[in-house]
Design a protein around this ligand. Structure first.
Ligand SMILES: *Cc1c(COP(=O)(O)O)cnc(C)c1O
Length: 431
């Protein structure tokens, strides 16, 4: 399968080149040339398939010809070695738990899949590949874990000093090996700016193969479509009109869900649920896309004022606002509303939601008011223990620390402190 740039001013490339480049030379995001629906028998028999069999059928057309079937099956087996349970919360509402992976973030699947693909491709290219990524928290840990020990790939993670949680910091600074953490004296925006500068710095590009591990990379973005199929497998027998509510920041996850829909999965509607960073809810209300600086919230993995993947969603609908409107609603919620939802969920069902999941719950509730006969699935994108302060303060309960987290708590942090771009550049040139 070939991928083209959404800016349409760069040549089409193979899956391999799209993964290695990350972004097209014209700065456009890569998009698959075609999306061919899966057979109706696939959806009729989905309950009888394992998660890796489902994932194989779904991803095959995108990687075909560049990763042999046996290799892709082996990759998927490794990537999907944990559960994706659907937990019923209320009569017509369930949550799909995406946090059972090694770093307890839903980004584990995309990060591991991309790492395995790059590892596969690095065998056939001479140069090592350097993955450069900026994180405000969860991406760093998932990427560090996913890429640890992958031959031919070095990973450099930039994070804002003092602005990630203790657990998140340990997840990205304690692994060593091919993973280096650069601790930036600045904000997340400063980290992201440095990474963006590096990607257009010809001194670096001539010297090394740089790529990104953010959800703009097709190998991180596309495998997220598996989640929606795994959810469908678990509810299919009972319900017809399924609505997914996705807590959204950069809109990669929800866009992958829409690709699953294009593959033929029956879905009635999508709800993009956000915190007060409401660029998309506003767009869906007014038709005007107006990016803003991000505002800090308790669901901080979604503090995004200019979501990078929304352009892919618009493209899926040929920029036809009416068509998009039929398939997508988007609502934003304040921190106060989020905390009230966490309390309400705990009181009525005993379930402990993290702030991101709670935003997803609220989004479906809002949609359900005008569409009462639907079955809502909201995605739980992080384990509540990763947002311990908020959870403890809101519902007076301390969730038990799972083994994945316990493992990193006593480990020693190793980071390299930098404060400006020239230091990042020097570091990369000396690698
Ligand atoms: C990254 C992240 C999100 C947002 O996902 P997008 O694909 O960027 O929309 C939501 N919740 C958590 C916990 C995350 O880490």
């Amino acid at each position: 399968m070939n991928f083209y740039s959404l800016n349409k001013k760069a040549p089409n490339v193979s899956f391999k080149d799209a993964v290695i480049k990350g972004i097209a030379p014209d700065k456009g995001l890569y998009f698959p040339e075609s999306i061919t629906p899966l057979s109706s028998s696939f959806f009729e028999n989905i309950e009888s398939l394992s998660n890796t069999e489902i994932a194989f059928e779904a991803i095959r057309q995108f990687v075909y010809d560049e990763i042999p079937d046996d290799a892709i099956k082996a990759i998927l087996k490794e990537v999907l070695d944990f559960e994706f349970p659907l937990v019923q919360i209320e009569e017509n509402i369930a949550t799909l738990e995406l946090f059972h992976g090694p770093t307890m973030a839903f980004k584990d699947v995309g990060a591991r899949f991309m790492a395995q693909c790059l590892g596969h491709f690095s065998k056939s290219i001479n140069n090592e590949v350097t993955v450069l990524v900026a994180t405000s928290g969860d991406t760093g840990g998932a990427v560090a874990n996913g890429f640890l020990g992958v031959a031919g790939v070095n990973v450099v993670i930039l994070y804002p000093s003092g602005k990630v949680s203790d657990i998140q910091e340990r997840q990205l600074t304690t692994l060593g090996n091919n993973i280096t953490a650069l601790e930036v004296d600045g904000t997340f925006d400063d980290c992201q700016k440095m990474v963006k500068t590096a990607f257009i710095d010809t001194d670096l590009l001539d010297y090394m193969q740089l790529t990104s591990a953010n959800s703009i990379n097709v190998a991180r973005w596309l495998p997220q479509l598996f989640y929606f199929l795994f959810a469908y497998k678990q509810v299919k027998a009972e319900y017809k009109e399924i609505v997914f509510s996705v807590p959204s920041g950069n809109f990669g996850n929800i866009c992958a869900g829409m690709v699953a829909q294009r593959l033929g999965m029956p879905v009635k509607h999508f709800v993009a649920s956000t915190n007060v960073n409401d660029t998309v809810p506003e767009f869906m209300r007014t038709g005007t896309y107006h990016p803003k600086p991000s505002t800090a919230t308790i669901s901080n993995a979604m503090d995004v004022g200019d979501p990078s993947n929304f352009i892919r969603i618009r493209h899926l609908f040929n920029d036809d606002f009416e068509a998009l409107n039929k398939n997508l609603s988007s609502y934003s919620f304040t921190d106060f509303e989020t905390k009230e939802a966490m309390k309400h969920i705990k009181q009525t069902s005993g379930y402990i939601a993290d702030p991101h999941g709670a935003v997803g719950y609220l989004g479906f509730k809002q949609y359900q008011k005008s569409h009462p006969n639907t079955f809502g699935i909201f995605l739980e994108t992080a384990h509540p223990v990763k947002f311990l302060d908020v959870v403890e303060e809101t519902i007076n309960i301390s969730p038990a620390i799972p083994p994945q987290i316990q493992k990193v708590i006593g480990k020693e942090k190793k980071s390299v402190k930098i404060s400006e771009y020239t230091e990042l550049k020097q570091f990369l040139l000396n690698q």
